[in-house]
Write a new protein. Structure first.
Length: 151
């Protein structure tokens, strides 16, 4: 059975990093981790670091939008609310994570992040699209839709 036809979707708890299967029809019901009770699909950006990034992305079947940013970066700070709004609009069909390149240099280096902010769309733990620079919400939503993510 293909992943799209599977009755369950695997995601990763953003707190305890446990892999959790959620019935596809229950994705919009605010599922929680059975171990730590944290929301699995919060509809807001999830902070990841070098310790959590690979596990989270690898164990999540849903598309993941990764926002590589840094707190000292003005365009990153202005783009933050846009990313947060996209997380809300595209939930539960998309998980949005934020990776502070200063706190997660290994992940940033592995992805060859040369400018920030940079957003990377991932599916099945693999990069499928990338865009550098801050952009308005409409452009980000169009880019996500072009990448096959529905709101």
């Amino acid at each position: 059975m293909s992943a799209a036809a599977s009755p369950n979707v695997q995601t990763c708890c953003p707190s305890c990093l446990r892999a959790v299967r959620v019935p596809r029809e229950r994705l919009a019901d605010a599922p929680r981790c059975p171990a730590c009770k944290v929301a699995l699909l919060p509809g807001s950006p999830i902070e990841l670091d070098d310790r959590s990034f690979d596990t989270f992305v690898r164990q999540t079947e849903l598309p993941v939008l990764v926002d590589f940013w840094a707190p000292w970066c003005g365009p990153c700070r202005s783009f933050g609310p846009v990313v947060a709004e996209a997380a809300s609009r595209f939930a539960p069909n998309l998980l949005v994570v934020k990776v502070n390149t200063d706190a997660a240099p290994v992940a940033a280096g592995r992805f060859g992040i040369r400018s920030i902010p940079t957003v990377v769309l991932m599916r099945g733990g693999r990069e499928t699209a990338r865009q550098a620079g801050a952009q308005p919400l409409g452009s980000l939503c169009e880019w996500l839709a072009a990448g096959g993510v529905s709101a």
